[in-house]
Write a protein that binds this ligand. Sequence first.
Ligand code: CP
Ligand code: NVA
Length: 326
Amino acid sequence: MPKRDFLALTDLSAKEIVSVLDLAAKMKAGRYRGTPLKGKTLAMIFAKSSTRTRVSFEVGAHQLGGQAIFLSSRDIQLGRGEPAQDTARVLSRYVHGIMVRTYAHDEAAVLAEHSTVPVINGLTDLLHPCQVLADLMTVREAFGTWKGKVVAWVGDGNNMANTWLQAAGLLGFTLRIAVPEGYEPNRQIFEWAQARAPVSIYEDPEEAVPGAQVVSTDVWASMGQEGEAEIRALAFRGYVVDSDLMKLAAPNAIFLHCLPAHRGEEVAPEVIDGPQSRVWDQAENRLHVQKAVMATLIGGSAGRRVGGSSARGKGKNRRQRSKRTP
Ligand code: CP
Ligand code: NVA
């Protein structure tokens, strides 16, 4: 069975997303006792800061019986110019999975291409698939389904917006993106999604939000864009999610934000700290979805129905490990 990477939401089918979320829900409910990562190690390469991604992957690997190693790209040779190809080849001899958070999506792709173990995207400038899996889980918890729902994205057409587009394209819900001119999401991803689902771009948040069940936003300057913060603050001035904007959404609408948030910039305190906010559940769900992804891709369930027989899973893990062990 070839290894499977998770660099983009589109690396999973719609059916597989549902299976991963079902497994995550089972884990969250405490109805999962498996240790599919027993004896296994996840290498976590971080070229950017992180609270949620780092801690949830580390805790998740531990809860599944394995361990995670934190590798700041400043401390490993990758940060001094060792090629990603070589890093991938070497890490594949030691560990059973690699999580990477970096700038260029291509770097994550090169790691995946040259590693013999699964590579998981923990955020690139282009995509943040683990986060949107957690967001989908949060939407499903609130409404039971995303089918027929309207998601409004307000703000930057960044890695989160691109990943929401992939989610809409895969799962078919309505996505309305309100973004200032010049900050639109990736064109190719938008066109891909537009061919599959009702996705649209607006300049005015007041056009995108009416009737939406989910209102989501993110920082105006992502990691790596700190030098543009001032100019972006001007461009995004009219894109604050405040209580007036939330009043246009469906009465039972929820507010999502991947965090970290800047109260008083992209979101008003009364919204993120108010009754419609689901941001803490959303953050918690990172742990559950990533455990489900690790159990599936690294724990040996890839290619089979997620949550299948653990006895079969264990046998397969042993065969995979012994093949790879030098
Ligand atoms: N949402 C998210 O990825 O958070 P961190 O940057 O803290 O990992
Ligand atoms: N768009 C943000 C997300 C942080 C989790 C960034 O890339 O910095």
